[in-house]
Ligand binder design. Structure first.
Ligand code: B12
Length: 213
């Protein structure tokens, strides 16, 4: 990371996969009155982008990525209560999960936390979720929205299977999608009702789908 700012040490701790130091640094940032969501975006998420680059450059392998992911998760434990302290203006039920074959869950967890903070009831199906599980959960919970995450170009193809199954089962839920390789264009192409680039956008899109001003 080139530009040094308040989040540099935290980013480095995550890049180095230091799961002891990272939450301590996050706590310090909170004590300095840094906003919890900006700690996630400017600290943690940027660090993971760098980890992805190091993986592509052949510097990092899966074990190193896993250590960084664990450090990120340790930070999220500290930040979650602060992210949840938001204004709760939404009502509605959202079923959320990561596409089948995909075990990337960090981004989905942040989206889930932020949606909950906005007031939605969240049914989190976790990662590697088969199409049927989305359908069953949507029916059982009378879902207003189904939110699907994918981090890989091959797993994101499964989003269309979920959407097709939702429509053919006559489920009346709106569908929103997101995650690394997903774009507005792709979302339109597969017939999703909404797309969000990050967790804040996910909340805006969900509120819009529920007609909350
Ligand atoms: C961490 C990580 C892992 C960890 C995941 C741990 C965990 N618990 O999640 C582990 C080590 C397990 C892993 C494994 C693999 N990974 Co990986 N991984 C990453 C990495 C470095 C970071 C992802 C991350 O957490 N980002 C931080 C979060 C906060 O961002 P995010 O997920 O994008 O989420 C935000 C937005 O996208 C959005 N969002 C997310 N979901 C949703 C949903 C909705 C509805 C909305 C609206 C918005 C939204 O909001 C989030 C918050 O702002 C990425 C690199 C990258 N640049 O993304 C590679 C990456 C995703 N992995 C990759 C690969 C190839 C793999 C492996 C195949 C490696 C291997 N050889 O085994 C396996 C796949 C395993 C599988 N079957 O899923 C590739 C995917 C390439 C591709 N395009 O298909 C990437 C891009 C790395 C690379 N540059 O090549 N990985």
């Amino acid at each position: 990371m080139s530009n040094k700012d308040s989040f540099t040490d935290l980013r480095n701790a995550i890049i180095e996969g230091d799961r002891k130091k990272a939450p301590i640094l996050a706590k310090q940032l909170l004590d300095e009155n840094k906003d919890a969501y900006s700690i996630v975006t400017d600290g943690c998420s940027k660090a993971m982008t760098r980890v992805g680059e190091l993986y592509q450059e052949g510097e990092y392998f899966v074990p190193e990525i896993l250590m960084s992911a664990k450090a990120f998760e340790a930070v999220m434990e500290i930040l979650k209560p602060h992210l949840r302290a938001g204004e709760q203006r939404a009502s509605g039920t959202i079923v959320i999960g990561v596409c089948e074959g995909d075990i990337h869950s960090i981004g989905k967890n942040i989206v889930s936390t932020m949606l909950q903070a906005a007031g939605f009831k969240i049914i989190d199906l976790g990662k590697d979720v088969p199409v049927n599980a989305f359908i069953e959960a949507a029916k059982e919970n009378n879902a207003d929205i189904i939110a699907i995450s994918a981090l890989m170009t091959n797993s994101m193809l499964g989003m269309k299977d979920v959407i097709d199954a939702v429509r053919s089962n006559g489920i009346n839920a709106k569908i929103m999608v997101g995650g690394g390789p997903v774009s507005t264009e792709y979302a339109k192409q597969i017939g999703a009702d909404g797309f969000g680039d990050d967790a804040k956008e996910a909340v805006d899109v969900a509120l819009k789908l529920m007609d909350v001003p």
